[in-house]
Design a protein around this ligand. Structure first.
Ligand code: ZN
Length: 110
């Protein structure tokens, strides 16, 4: 990849890093909520368990997104951004516009 193309990716990189920062703080809040002490009441405990399960689900989603975004930034750095990680084809710009961290082309993702 030429320097010219790398420059074109600067705004992509910036927006990926912004999402990374935002995701980290959301993940931190979820983890805080999960580690907060629980109340004693039996009815409250059932509700809290449900809330914890929902939070744990959120945590997984955030962590998966975090690792995808981190990987996308690494691909920008090593010059393979925009190439499908599976078949090596170019990922369509339309797809990257919607999902900049997409590691696979449309054909491989489906
Ligand atoms: Zn592919």
């Amino acid at each position: 990849m030429t320097n010219m193309q790398k420059e074109l990716l600067d705004p992509v990189r910036v927006s990926l890093e912004q999402r990374l920062t935002e995701l980290r703080s959301r993940l931190g809040r979820v983890e805080d909520a999960l580690s907060s002490p629980h109340s004693k009441g039996f009815a409250d405990q059932a509700t809290e368990r449900e809330q914890d399960e929902a939070l744990a689900g959120q945590e997984q989603v955030f962590e998966r997104e975090l690792s995808q975004i981190t990987a996308a930034i690494a691909r920008i750095d090593d010059g393979t951004y925009g190439e499908c990680a599976n078949c090596g084809d170019e990922i369509s710009p339309q797809r990257l516009a919607v999902q900049p961290e997409a590691p696979l082309c449309m054909a491989c993702a489906s």
